[in-house]
Write a new protein. Structure first.
Length: 241
């Protein structure tokens, strides 16, 4: 590393920073961090609690189950983390009520230099946190996770792949699923040529690049069409959140 500022920085505010640091210490993200291309920092919201027991949540006004994250520690944490580095980060709140994460949104996020991601737990955030910070609210789908950490990791994982230099071969994001809206990638094969009676399609073994490209295009089209049919026949999968 030459000490240069990474092209992309993510700060994650969470009650479970180890989830994020564990994830950041593996695989592609680990390599991108050690190459100085990306920085990921996890911050424990509890460190900004003024309560002697470090509480950050309380019961909801009006009654109901569960606990709600309080304004003060979350907003104090957010403002302190924003001030850690000069360039301001785009605030992102992980919530099932947010804009659905898809490849278009991932591309938009990858043009940012810095994201500051808020992860909730329990029954959610006091709504005034949203009103004060005015974050981009993002959902990874119409289901509820136990907290925002796994959704945040999905967002980071999809986004860092688009940061120049993170993938060895810059072209490898061009061909893949969803790089065109709704377009899924063609099937891939490697050795052995025959596995349990399932043979690799002959066209891939013949060395005819034109024929391979044509076959892949057809396969990709057929797969994408099947994806559309699957969504159409399952109204739940198409519902927007
Ligand atoms: N937090 C809990 N569930 C979530 C979801 N589906 N997307 C984003 N954040 C969440």
């Amino acid at each position: 590393m030459d000490g240069a500022v990474p092209r992309f920085r993510v700060d994650v505010l969470t009650l479970f920073p180890e989830l994020i640091t564990g994830y950041a210490s593996q695989s592609l993200l680990k390599l991108a961090i050690s190459a100085g291309l990306v920085a990921v920092e996890a911050w424990n919201i509890r460190d900004w609690s003024k309560d002697k027991h470090q509480r950050v949540d309380d019961r909801p006004f009006g009654g109901g189950p569960g606990m709600v994250l309080m304004c003060e520690p979350v907003i104090d944490a957010y403002e302190a983390v924003q001030a850690k580095v000069e360039r301001p980060g785009l605030p992102v709140m992980m919530t099932p009520a947010g804009r659905r994460l898809d490849q278009r949104l991932v591309e938009e996020l990858a043009t940012s230099e810095r994201l500051v991601i808020l992860c909730g737990r329990y029954e959610g955030f006091d709504d005034r946190i949203r009103q004060v910070i005015r974050p981009l609210e993002v959902s990874i789908g119409d289901y509820v996770c136990n907290g925002g950490e796994v959704p945040a990791m999905a967002l980071i994982d999809a986004t860092i792949r688009l940061i120049p230099g993170v993938l060895g071969d810059a072209e490898s994001t061009e061909d893949e699923s969803h790089s065109e809206p709704g377009r899924l990638e063609y099937p891939q094969y490697t050795r052995p040529r025959d596995y349990r009676g399932l043979a690799v399609p002959d066209v891939l073994l013949g060395g005819n690049h034109g024929a391979v490209a044509k076959w892949r295009e057809e396969q990709s089209r057929a797969r994408s069409q099947r994806g559309v049919e699957r969504t159409d026949s399952n109204p739940g999968a198409a519902a927007s959140g």
